[in-house]
Design a protein around this ligand. Structure first.
Ligand SMILES: Cc1cc2nc3c(=O)[nH]c(=O)nc-3n(C[C@H](O)[C@H](O)[C@H](O)COP(=O)(O)OP(=O)(O)OC[C@H]3O[C@@H](n4cnc5c(N)ncnc54)[C@H](O)[C@@H]3O)c2cc1C
Length: 392
């Protein structure tokens, strides 16, 4: 927005004192290719476009990135139908160079991975999204934006004449446009502006283990994913992903988080748990997926079971190859009142306030494409500012 209209005053407020303190630095660090998403959805379009924009951006700004490729591996006949569906989706989404691999072709690409077929996407990459966010924050300030860390939004009031007042922990800001994108707090902050309660964010905590270096060295360098369960396609299953730091992570699991930003199980918030359990959508969701939820919990607690689980794709892995709990993250997943998981990105625009209600994975991959779309929408109708007039 600041680049497109240098006359605008644009302020970005962030309640934490560092950039990317939550999901954007507690994630797997994968640049997704765009396979999983329903053709025509925002996710499908913005992920594929975001993938390309992100590689270009990293090249321009010297942000370390590696184009590693990824295999989605079927280990049982029963998974082939859904793998074929994903392959067709990837083709429809125009994922570059997507390929179907036979058992033999998979063995050439990843000799230590066992599977009966796979889909490979060479455009999958890895990077640090913290580094990307820090670079974007520098760009924003250089272009004239005001970046205020440690400032929380505490209220949003619509005013007559189409403006809004954002109440913050360091005073009010009157503005002609507000865009909120608050991750784990997105429903709470949207609620401050009068947006409805649906969908609600349910926080799922995930933990990663790491493969010991000798075990990681057996792999060919691709990200290695199982075929997700068709009934919960947005949880991609426990995967093995190289990190830009050189580690090889295994995970994440997905269990109910003890609080919205509860990275450790000791960070329990009783009001959060009570309110989640009282949410009808969550109870319905658990009613449908209780078994899967319990299995995920057990995987995190028992590294031996995590190793056994991994053996479907990596039959040689043993518990001793795993370093448990090297990292964790909490994902913001929007859940509708009827218990369905909101799959696509969801944005509610009630001028002058635009609330991003759901931006889960591949939100980080899509960040530049999503930002472009939001900026177009936010600037539309604002009119160009008179030189020197400022105000946004
Ligand atoms: C475990 C995990 C793995 C993932 N892996 C990947 C991956 O490999 N690839 C990928 O593309 N995506 C991945 N994702 C998804 C991706 O991380 C998110 O889609 C993306 O980071 C969302 O960005 P965001 O800015 O919406 O949310 P966040 O990064 O969570 O940022 C929201 C910000 O809003 C701030 N905030 C909240 N409330 C207020 C307030 N009242 N006032 C001011 N500021 C406020 C928070 O402090 C926070 O910094 C993963 C997510 C998780 C959790």
């Amino acid at each position: 927005m600041v680049r497109r209209d240098p006359g605008l005053d644009v302020a970005l407020i962030e309640k934490e004192t560092t950039p990317a303190a939550h999901q954007s630095s507690h994630n797997t660090g994968v640049i997704h290719a765009g396979v999983y998403y329903i053709p025509g959805s925002l996710k499908a379009r913005l992920c594929v476009e975001g993938n390309r924009l992100l590689y270009d951006y990293c090249a321009e700004k010297d942000v370390p990135v590696e184009r590693r490729g990824k295999v989605i591996v079927a280990t049982e006949e029963s998974e082939l139908d859904y793998l074929k569906t994903l392959f067709k989706r990837g083709q429809a989404n125009q994922v570059p160079d997507i390929a179907w691999l036979s058992r033999e072709e998979l063995a050439e690409v990843e000799p230590a991975v066992s599977g009966i077929a796979a889909v490979r996407t060479p455009s999958t990459g890895i990077l640090s999204y913290r580094a990307v966010t820090e670079s974007l924050a520098r760009d924003f300030q250089t272009a004239g934006g005001t970046y205020r860390l440690g400032v929380a939004c505490t209220g949003i009031e619509h005013r007559a004449g189409g403006t809004a007042v954002v109440e913050t922990s360091s005073g009010p800001i009157e503005t002609r446009r507000v865009v909120t994108c608050c991750g784990l707090q997105s429903d709470v902050v949207a609620g401050l502006s009068g947006d409805g309660p649906d969908p609600r964010i349910v926080a799922f905590r995930g933990s990663y283990a790491a493969l010991r270096p000798e075990a990681a060295a057996r792999l060919g360098g691709n990200a290695i994913y199982p075929v997700p369960r068709p009934e919960i396609p947005i949880f991609l299953g426990v995967h093995v992903t190289p990190q830009i730091s050189g580690e090889m992570w295994v995970g994440p699991t997905a269990v109910l988080a003890p609080s919205r930003e509860g990275y450790r199980m000791s960070q329990i918030s009783l009001p959060h748990l009570v309110s989640t359990l009282r949410f009808r959508g969550f109870r319905k969701l658990m009613g449908q997926h209780l078994r899967a939820a319990l299995e995920e919990g057990v995987l995190e607690l028992r590294p031996a079971l995590l190793a056994k689980h991994l053996q479907q794709m990596l039959p040689w892995v043993e518990e001793a190859d795993l370093i448990p709990r090297v990292a964790n993250g909490v994902r913001a997943q929007a859940v509708a009142a009827d218990g369905s998981l909101v799959e696509d990105f969801e944005i509610h625009d009630e001028r002058p306030v635009m609330n991003v209600r759901n931006a889960p994975s591949p939100g980080a991959t899509s960040c530049l494409a999503l930002a472009k779309m939001l900026a177009d929408q936010a600037l539309d109708g604002l009119g160009r500012t008179v030189a020197g007039g400022g105000g946004a």
